[in-house]
Design a binder for this molecule. Structure first.
Ligand SMILES: [Ca+2]
Length: 354
């Protein structure tokens, strides 16, 4: 798609918000210091506290633990000075009240060693999300606390696939597979969905950032957006895990619409020119229902051209290089502009323009 169409501007609308912690559990470290982190035994083996094993929800298998405002604890055998990681999947079923607190993971010895962020509907949504907690042990026994902590807020949440393991070796970055659907549109505006499958093998994906390449961005792993800009683009998605490791992936996509007006510049023929005189004559053509053609520069000049389908204009250049843009105003959709870039900078040379 030519540069002439790059000015068709539209609002970015992200319709859906999904949980940042996503994907399957493939690739996680083997081993689990918890005796039954998946609660598949149907009992709270190795756990104490106020929770009930439930078949209502399960991240994997058929069971999870349901916590209604309470919490459960498990004792971990730990080595003083060693670093550990706890991974858990949580699904928040309900939340009432706006006071402080929420669900969380916490590692304690005689005092708190580390805890996760509050896990609330606002931060996690109501889908299964993966949460990671890292801590350094100070004695041979560390208590893992899973559940609600805070004020009189009422929360119900399910936890599943809890795993605690000793961290050895380097942190591994997230493994991700981004997807855009569709990757090619032939009519604008178009709808495009984006999503990210993947996981962090030894932690959890904490942040996702999409840069679609057309000026739109999203901080959600998945969603729906409107595409209004024609061209060939590369979307870049960045995933960051709980230890700060980053993975990037790209998806090429394109959009076109033969009905859209186009603006072309015929003279000067080259995208970048050096001229001897300050006054430059430009000529070009437009397709579609263009009502008005305007030239603007990075020196805050704005000059109307004469004609539309075949337009002409004269621009007085400043002393050094500058960018000129040609915009055709579409009469059918007057809020849109077709822009032609790349016919500058035009460098004055000779006389007072050396
Ligand atoms: Ca990691």
């Amino acid at each position: 798609m030519s540069e002439s169409q790059r000015g068709l501007l539209h609002c970015a609308i992200v319709l859906a918000v999904f949980c940042l912690a996503i994907g399957a559990r493939a690739g996680e470290d083997a081993g689990n210091l918890l005796s039954d982190g998946g609660f598949e035994s149907g009992k709270l083996d190795g756990w104490k506290g106020n929770g009930e094993v439930s078949s209502d929800e399960a991240h994997s298998g058929s069971k999870s633990v349901r916590l209604t405002g309470g919490s459960i604890t498990a004792e971990l055998k730990t080595e003083p000075g060693a670093t550990y990681k706890v991974l858990a999947w949580v699904k928040i079923a309900s939340s009432e009240g706006a006071d402080w607190g929420g669900m969380r993971l916490q590692a304690t010895d005689t005092k708190s060693l580390a805890h996760s962020d509050w896990l609330n509907v606002g931060s996690q949504g109501k889908e299964w999300c993966k949460v990671a907690l890292g801590f350094k042990a100070v004695s041979a026994k560390t208590t893992l606390n899973v559940g609600f902590f805070g004020g009189p807020k009422k929360m119900v949440a399910y936890f599943d696939d809890l795993r605690a393991f000793r961290r050895d070796g380097e942190n591994r970055p997230p493994q991700i597979q981004p997807r855009l659907t569709p990757t090619a549109s032939d009519r604008l505006p178009a709808s495009q969905s984006f999503d990210l499958q993947g996981d962090d093998p030894d932690g959890a994906i904490r942040r996702v950032f999409w840069d679609f390449g057309d000026g739109q961005r999203a901080f959600e792993a998945a969603g729906q957006r409107r595409v209004g800009l024609p061209g060939k683009f590369t979307a870049t998605v960045t995933a960051i895990d709980d230890d700060g490791a980053m993975t990037r992936a790209t998806v090429a996509w394109s959009a076109a619409d033969a009905q859209l007006p186009q603006v072309g510049v015929r003279t000067p023929a080259a995208a970048e020119s050096t001229v001897a005189a300050p006054l430059v004559k430009l000529e070009g053509t437009c397709t579609g229902a263009i009502q008005k053609v305007l030239l603007s520069s990075d020196r805050e000049q704005c000059i109307p051209a004469t004609g539309t389908k075949a337009w002409k204009a004269e621009v007085r250049l400043a002393r050094s290089g500058q960018d000129l843009k040609v915009a055709g105003r579409d009469s059918a959709r007057p809020r849109r502009h077709a822009l032609a870039r790349g016919r500058g900078p035009l460098h004055g040379r000779g006389g007072s323009y050396s």
